[in-house]
Design a protein around this ligand. Structure first.
Ligand code: GLC
Length: 643
């Protein structure tokens, strides 16, 4: 190389070096700016939470150093996505997110299989995919993957962590966001920490709740209700090998983590950041209300839970601001909204609309929309910045957490009503169309919950079995109407995989000794690819459902009136079985009408603002005295004149 050429090359190298170091410092500056914005509050909350812990600042330092490490380890593509989303913080609040939740093994056996079937996911219009727990979890003691033995390893049957990151990458390239559970309340008894605790290591025992005698556990039991009263009674488990009691709110093999130990919080945050760095866009905080325990309380929704969630939110804002937090708060309505935090100090980005889900099924059973209407009125009064995730079914049971004080006005008694709902949905009630199964029937409290797929709960199973075609069609119509209702609610709609093709209950779980005791497996069957094939054969159940959902997803994405921040309210229809829902912005007015009865009816609305288009059928009509068929629905849209 000539000296001149070498000179040029060196200059070039130097230039790249300078550029690179510029980039590094710029990159670091981004972290620093975010850190400076939140550090004081993190410090404040951390010190408050751990005020009794000697060397609290040492633990805080460990946390913040770890955060920088995870920031530095974050891929360039994810950092770019963070910046894009930071510049557009409302990105998830519009009308274009459409979700689906699925078990990788049920859907496509492995993560590789999932990647191979992303075309189908896109055909379902899904751009937000919640993959059910897929981290290492012992067979037969996994609670559907919710007993995690290693937060950094994928279940070997599904693939590896590299496969996961690759699948996430493939999804991102197609514009699909990935949600993953972060099971933070407990670990599996097979987790490294649990094993060490079990072998007598006191430091690891302090990461859980270990007791020598039953004295304190018995005091907890007095105020702490049970989550699985039948399948896993009690909140503690006796460990004969080490002669200790350990707290197990859920199954005996799920040991509750003790967040009073700052090591637990730090390490769990690092696990969360590790998953975020694999490409997770939405972290589902599993069972989050339970993470702080206090003797003498019900050990749910304690103030410290909110402190921790807020800390986690700020950690994400600093390290991975493109990542959203979805709180799994399956609690009474007044306990749910606080998990959004305040506008100045937000906690979760999104929460499940669990009360609306349960109220919808209640409405199916009673054919009276009063409770649902009230529930929507309550939602309408909440700030529009609260983003709910709407759904009809998910992997869990339906718990009857309804507004009983309101129902009492109608003379409805809680225990008797739960019995009616369960009788109705298990098909015990005379001529009920539903085919569900009870879940955790607690005869003491008469508080059973319910399992089953949407199609089985609305009659497709019963009438299909009876060979009653007209009734099957009616059941499919109802299925579509319930989805139409769900999709028109404010927030993000999420389908339960299989519902788009009307999958029925799968009773085979009863033959599997690992699953037989847990009836939630009724609606966790293998995806029926054979039935999915029918989606393009006119006249089939699959065709009807699949195309109706496809149409609605497109409509939803095409009209600004479905954006989450658009105001909505209920419209009186003067018929107790018909729900009227209005959404209105400057451009459009939408009226959703939903008939929850088996009779053709008239919705006695009388909107005088001109012609409406029924988006579902393309028919022009007036929004007054609307005839609505049994179990039918309308999505009426009025285009406003531009001022
Ligand atoms: C959540 C999950 C549920 C699981 C429980 C314990 O509620 O949705 O399936 O059993 O947490 O992890």
């Amino acid at each position: 190389m000539s000296p001149e050429k070498r000179k040029k090359k060196d200059a070039g190298n130097n230039q790249t070096i300078t550029k690179k170091s510029d980039r590094i410092s710029q990159d670091h500056q981004i972290f620093q700016n975010r850190f400076d914005k939140f550090y004081d509050e993190i410090k404040w909350l951390y010190c408050e939470l751990y005020q009794d812990v000697p060397d609290v600042m040492g633990y805080l330092k460990n946390l913040t150093e770890g955060m920088l490490g995870y920031y530095n380890g974050r891929k360039a593509s994810l950092k770019e996505s963070d910046l894009r989303r930071e510049a557009d913080p409302e990105w998830y609040k519009r009308n274009d997110l459409f979700g689906m939740m699925l078990y990788v093994n049920c859907f496509a056996d492995t993560l590789k299989g999932l990647e191979d079937n992303l075309d189908y996911i896109q055909e379902c219009n899904v751009n937000y995919l919640h993959l059910m727990p897929l981290l290492a979890s012992p067979k037969g003691r996994s609670d559907g993957g919710y007993a995690v033995a290693d937060f950094r390893q994928v279940q070997p049957d599904l693939g590896t962590m590299e496969d996961f990151a690759k699948a996430a990458d493939a999804c991102h390239k197609r514009g699909i966001n990935i949600a993953l559970d972060f099971v933070m309340n407990h670990t599996s008894e097979d987790h490294e920490w649990a094993k060490r605790a079990r072998s007598g290591d006191a430091e690891y025992q302090s990461r859980y709740f270990f007791f020598d005698s039953y004295d304190i556990p018995s005091m907890y039991e007095q105020t702490c209700p049970q989550v699985f009263p039948t399948t896993a009674p009690g909140n503690f488990t006796w460990l004969p090998d080490c002669e200790k009691h350990v707290m197990t709110t859920f199954y005996p093999y799920q040991w509750d983590l003790n967040y009073r130990n700052p090591v637990v919080l730090n390490e769990m945050i690092f696990n969360m950041l590790f998953l975020a760095n694999q490409g997770v866009d939405i972290i589902r905080l599993d069972a989050v209300p339970y993470i702080w325990k206090q003797l003498g309380t019900n050990c749910r929704n304690l103030p410290q839970v909110h402190t921790i969630v807020r800390i986690m939110r700020m950690v994400c804002e600093i390290v991975c601001p493109g990542v959203l937090m979805l709180g799994e708060v399956v609690m009474a309505p007044d306990k749910v909204a606080p998990y959004f935090g305040t506008p100045e100090k937000p906690e979760c980005h999104m929460l499940y609309n669990v009360t609306t889900m349960a109220s919808t099924w209640h409405t199916v059973a009673v054919r009276d929309v009063s409770l649902l209407k009230r529930q929507i009125d309550i939602l309408a009064s909440l700030p529009r910045t609260y983003i709910f995730q709407n759904y009809l079914r998910c992997h869990d049971d339906i718990g009857w957490g309804l507004d009983y004080p309101f129902l009492a006005n109608f003379g409805i008694d809680e225990a008797a009503h739960k019995k009616y709902l369960n009788d109705f949905f298990t098909g015990k009630w005379p001529d009920s169309f539903s085919r569900g199964e009870l879940y955790n029937d607690d005869p003491r409290l008469r508080d059973a919950r319910l399992c089953g797929t949407t199609a089985s709960l609305v009659g497709v199973e019963r009438f299909g079995f009876e060979g009653n075609r007209p009734k099957v069609n009616q059941a499919v119509k109802y299925d579509i109407t319930l989805h139409a209702f769900m999709l028109s609610l404010s927030g993000i709609p999420v389908l339960y995989s299989g519902d788009e093709i009307g999958m029925l209950n799968d009773y085979s779980y009863k033959r599997d000794p690992d699953k037989a005791a847990d009836s939630r497996y009724l609606h966790r069957g293998s995806f029926r690819w054979d039935l999915a094939e029918n989606r393009n054969t006119e006249g089939t159940v699959q065709y009807q459902l699949f195309h109706a959902l496809d149409r609605m997803a497109h409509i939803r994405a095409a009209h600004s009136v479905f954006e989450a921040e658009v105001p909505f309210w209920t419209l009186p229809t003067w018929d107790s079985a018909i729900l009227g829902l209005v959404r209105e912005n400057e451009e459009e007015k939408f009226i959703g009408l939903y008939n929850f009865s088996e009779y053709d009816k008239v919705a006695w609305i009388n909107e005088q603002d001109g012609m409406y288009l029924d988006l579902l059928t393309g028919r022009e009509m007036k929004a007054s005295g609307v005839q609505i068929p049994a179990f039918g629905s309308y999505w009426l849209l009025h285009k406003k004149r531009k001022v």
